[in-house]
Ligand binder design. Structure first.
Ligand SMILES: *[C@@H]1O[C@H](CO)[C@@H](O)[C@H](O)[C@H]1NC(C)=O
Length: 186
């Protein structure tokens, strides 16, 4: 009985704390946690879908390279505190933690303190992300709701709906317009 209880606690700790929602933590891909500090009040009720244009990848190695490169660019060239997006999704179907669920990122001017920005690595004006990437994102959102990081009635939009940009790309925008909780106007 006691061994079982200890095991359950261990499983809960490992699954629940270290690898929540199957996200690759920054401690793993960057070797340190986010340098960001502003807390993002949970549950968040807005999800903004974006694309990175650069950094398309399908292998774990290339996707890690892409998120490391993005982080370096954001810190060294843009002068950001840390990588801007809340999460980044690779063509390999893995989700990489950026600012995460509970820190304010830098992805969508005027909306950073009340939204989660999820960026697909690549250019999705003419092609769709891999089905693995699309599914991983849907799973991430579902997991976010079940952990109360996201409100049950969250709304989902494309980047271009609130910023003058092509992001997340015409093709991906059309795709997310079929997803549950997508709204035309916020
Ligand atoms: C976000 O920041 C704006 C501008 O500083 C502020 O007016 C607003 O209340 C903030 N929203 C939240 C949810 O903190």
């Amino acid at each position: 009985m006691r061994v079982t209880a200890v095991l359950l606690v261990l499983v809960k700790f490992c699954v629940g704390q270290d690898n929540e929602c199957g996200v690759v933590p920054m401690t793993q891909w960057a070797g340190q946690p986010s340098l960001r500090e502003d807390p993002l009040h949970n549950p968040v009720d807005l999800v903004i879908i974006q694309h990175s244009v650069y950094g398309a990848c399908t292998t774990d190695e290339d996707c890690e390279k892409a998120v490391r490169g993005t982080r370096k660019y954001h810190i060294n060239e843009e002068g950001f505190t840390d990588i801007g997006e809340s999460f980044l999704v690779g063509g390999n179907g893995k989700v990489y933690e950026g600012a995460g669920w509970s820190l304010v990122g830098a992805h969508t001017r005027h909306y950073n303190n009340r939204s989660i920005g999820i960026s697909f690595l690549g250019d999705f004006r003419k092609t769709l992300p891999t089905s693995e990437a699309l599914q991983a994102t849907k799973d991430l959102i579902y997991c976010g709701v079940s952990h109360n990081y996201l409100a049950h009635e969250y709304r989902l939009i494309g980047h271009k709906q609130v910023v003058n940009t092509e992001s997340p790309g015409t093709k991906l925008q059309k795709e997310i317009e079929t997803w549950s909780n997508w709204v035309e106007n916020i």
